[in-house]
Ligand binder design. Structure first.
Ligand SMILES: [Zn+2]
Length: 270
């Protein structure tokens, strides 16, 4: 395990944390939804891609330069900030001082701006950014030049397994599942070499079905599916042959309360 310390004065700026892989959803946005912490407690990750400001319009830099920055999709803007930013859960930080007035253009909270919003409480060095706004993961990102990773020489304790339901309490696909599925499919496509993969029936994912058990979005026609769809939390699963319950009987019996920011359920083969 490691402790992150200030590059200026050596003060400890984190609890003991274990390095893990950057979650695939790290760059996903929830639009106007409040989002949880990106990182599990007791962990941190290093983001190899550029992060944050300055942003540049993709049409200005072109597809090849955007790809060199790790962006292949036709996004409007591309981050050209520092690489190897260290990201961890806000609750795992220590010894920092927050300057919310240094927030960038945010909606309901604070996001990263031009200058670090987190300072070392010991020496005042700008060490990172705190983000707490709708549509962004709860994170602290330390500047790789502002902190030093100091090894404690001890292994991390076994991490508890926290199962994550694929469907959130509002009835939408969880953004983490959506990002993980997209990443897995991109890797599958790359590994296929252009050939159509053939999956044996036993390997068909159970969560690839379209809405058929009450998880469908209001106003959206349901699609017939031979595969069972995930059950909505708090509802009794119905068989895949049951009629859809679009409209007033939206998930949880609260029509229109599902966040529009959630990604639509991926459509499975029918
Ligand atoms: Zn310091």
């Amino acid at each position: 395990m490691d402790v992150l310390v200030c590059a200026g004065c050596g003060a400890e700026l984190s609890v003991p944390v274990e390095r893990v892989a950057l979650p695939p959803e790290a760059h996903a946005s929830g639009h106007h939804a409040w989002m949880p912490a990106l990182m599990e407690p007791g962990t941190y990750a290093v983001d190899p891609d550029p992060w944050g400001r300055p942003w540049r319009r993709r049409e200005e830099i072109g597809a090849s330069e955007a790809a060199a920055l790790g962006v292949y999709a036709p996004l409007y803007a591309v981050a050209t900030g520092p690489r190897n930013v260290i990201v961890l859960a806000p609750g795992d930080t220590r010894g920092t001082r927050l300057l919310p007035e240094r927030s960038g253009d945010s909606c309901l909270g604070i996001v990263a701006g031009d200058e670090p919003s987190l300072l070392c409480a010991g020496c005042g060095l700008g060490v990172g950014f705190r983000e707490d706004d709708c549509g962004v993961w709860q994170t602290v990102r330390y500047d790789p030049g502002g902190v030093v990773r100091r090894s404690l020489g001890v292994p991390a304790p076994a991490a508890p397994v926290r199962p994550l339901p694929p469907v959130d309490p509002e009835g939408g696909w969880d953004l983490r599942w959506t990002a993980a599925a997209g990443t897995a499919l991109a890797r599958l496509l790359a590994a296929s070499g252009g050939r159509a993969p053939v999956l044996p029936p036993a390997s068909r994912p159970r969560c690839s079905a379209g809405p058929s058990n009450g998880c469908s979005r209001p106003g959206r026609p349901a699609r017939p599916s031979a595969w069972p769809a995930p059950a909505c939390p708090g509802r009794t699963p119905t068989s895949s042959s049951s009629p859809p319950t679009d409209g007033p009987e939206s998930p949880g019996g609260r029509p229109g309360t599902r966040s529009p920011s959630r990604s639509p359920p991926p459509s499975g083969p029918t």
